[in-house]
Design a protein around this ligand. Structure first.
Ligand code: HEC
Length: 190
């Protein structure tokens, strides 16, 4: 029986891991898809939809309206003045989970879809990272208001924040102009 020459065997052993690496390397498209999937996973676990997806009435009560996924407080939903909560153990209230009132005034969950003018359209990845790290509107403006849990996002790695951004860019754009927040004295912040 013919034996395999030692040289050939060594060559095969040297090349095998290389071949494995080539096969494991992802194409840019696969890498992008994996990044978006990671972002979806983080957005689901992070409960972003709890505040950023409007509710609709289902058979068993309110449920997320997935046709308006992450599109923020509905612009057509005009609310009466918020309840007075002074001197009460109740310090915050919500209307539909997308509008909130408390000592900071009234805040409305933002449109996180890629819509150009009303969503994250003009946001760059760098702006998104800076806003989530600093708690500043657009990364440079006023403080981001409660109950937006930006402090939790600030604890994520850059890769995870970039994955969230990539996922948010991949969902359907929904045109919905969320109202500006209102300060405790009733004025607009901007
Ligand atoms: C408890 C409710 C709540 C949850 C949960 C929540 N948000 Fe928000 N988010 C808000 C509110 C309210 C605002 C508007 C704050 C403001 O106007 O300052 C906001 C604003 C934002 C903004 C705009 C910030 C800016 O600079 O104006 C981004 C981006 C954002 N949220 C992303 C997310 C992501 C991503 C998640 C999930 C990891 C998430 N939010 C979870 C309530 C929430």
């Amino acid at each position: 029986m013919k034996t395999i020459p030692t040289k050939l065997l060594l060559l095969a052993l040297a090349v095998a891991p290389l071949a494995g690496m080539v096969m494991a390397a992802k194409s840019p498209r696969q890498a992008r898809a994996a990044q978006i999937a990671r972002g979806e996973y983080l957005v689901t676990y992070g409960g972003c939809g709890d505040c950023h997806t409007p509710l609709k009435m289902g058979e068993r009560g309110p449920e997320p309206d997935l046709s308006r996924l992450l599109s923020g407080h509905p612009e057509q939903l005009h609310l009466p003045p918020p309840p007075k909560l002074d001197n009460s153990p109740w310090f915050a209230a919500t209307a539909g989970m997308t509008a909130w009132t408390g000592p900071w005034g009234v805040s409305y969950a933002a449109n996180l879809t890629p819509d150009q003018n009303t969503g994250l359209g003009i946001w760059t990845e760098a702006m998104f990272l800076q806003a989530m790290r600093t708690g500043k509107h657009y990364g440079i403006g006023r403080d981001i208001l409660p109950p937006m849990p930006w402090q939790n996002l600030a604890a994520l790695t850059d890769d995870d924040l970039k994955a969230i951004y990539a996922f948010l860019r991949s969902i359907p754009a929904i045109k919905n102009r969320v109202p500006d927040p209102v300060s405790p004295s009733g004025e607009s912040f901007e």
